[in-house]
Design a protein around this ligand. Structure first.
Ligand SMILES: [Fe+2]
Ligand SMILES: [Fe+2]
Length: 281
């Protein structure tokens, strides 16, 4: 890392299984050379087994990079989510479940989120108790995110979720499952706290980029989405925040393929390697 620039690498839905050990180690090593922080947006294990998390932890441990993450629905499958979070915390991943973490003036808030649909099609808390309970979960996750954001006093606020807060980053998935890919209830706190950028996963066939109604950038960093949309690059997204740039609080996607393999401390000034704010990298 150099100067006032913080580089974020983001990735999700790596679905570590019992046979995955070592499979992402080259990618993690590459990320550590290109970025200052790694964001992991859930579905870190395949069947939610602590054994799977241990294999992932073994591959994350050597890279010595600050890491922050949330769990996904797969990480809950076996009821071992707390153990999974602990295993990852033990190798230095700051696991967020309504929590916050700060790194060099960048504040991170995150939780898993939940589903229920979007906009006028969002499921409402009406009728059977089980429907009300289902909606309650989405409301609770939204409140969790809101209270975390309220505790951040940083210039830049970054949100990590597993489920999508908007519809546009799940476009590409079968429409029949849209209501199970996210909830627009998660968008409310994001808009209220003037978040810099949102990262999520879960929609493996979704779109890589979208915006909230208020124009906040949202990135779907599911491994399958990145492989499908950026076949010429390693499957992670790389972003830059210039902490000195008080006029533009955005994150800048890095489009230059060479930057993905370059050690952060060796890189050129951002204007020579980045496609600029808002670029569709
Ligand atoms: Fe997934
Ligand atoms: Fe998922």
């Amino acid at each position: 890392m150099t100067g006032t620039v913080v580089r974020l690498a983001a990735l999700s839905d790596i679905h570590y299984s019992k046979s995955s050990q070592g499979s992402f180690l080259p990618l993690f090593t590459q990320i550590a050379e290109a970025a200052d922080v790694l964001l992991l947006c859930g579905d870190l294990t395949d069947y939610g087994l602590v054994e799977e998390a241990r294999l992932l932890a073994k591959d994350l441990a050597p890279i010595k990079l600050p890491m922050v993450g949330v769990l996904g629905n797969h990480d809950f499958e076996a009821g071992q989510e707390q153990d999974i979070a602990k295993v990852l915390t033990d190798v230095g991943v700051h696991m967020l479940d309504g929590d916050t973490w700060e790194y060099r003036g960048v504040g991170f808030a995150g939780c898993r989120g939940f589903c229920g649909g979007f906009g006028r099609g969002a499921l409402g808390p009406w009728g059977e108790k089980i429907i009300k309970d289902f909606v309650h979960e989405a409301v609770q996750e939204s409140l969790k995110l809101e209270s975390a954001l309220a505790r951040l006093g940083d210039e830049h606020r970054i949100v990590l979720l597993h489920y999508s807060p908007i519809r546009s980053t799940i476009e590409g998935a079968p429409p029949e499952i849209f209501p199970f890919l996210g909830s627009s209830r998660l968008e409310d706190p994001i808009s209220r706290f003037d978040v810099t950028a949102v990262f999520h996963g879960h929609a493996h066939k979704g779109a890589p980029e979208g915006k909230t109604q208020g124009g906040i950038p949202v990135y779907n960093v599911a491994h399958a989405v990145l492989k499908a949309n950026y076949p010429d690059r390693p499957p992670f997204r790389l972003f830059e925040i210039d902490m000195a740039d008080h006029g533009d609080k955005g994150v800048t996607p890095i489009a230059d393929r060479r930057s993905y393999g370059r050690r952060a401390s060796d890189r050129q000034p951002p204007d020579k390697q980045s496609a600029g704010p808002g670029s569709q990298s």
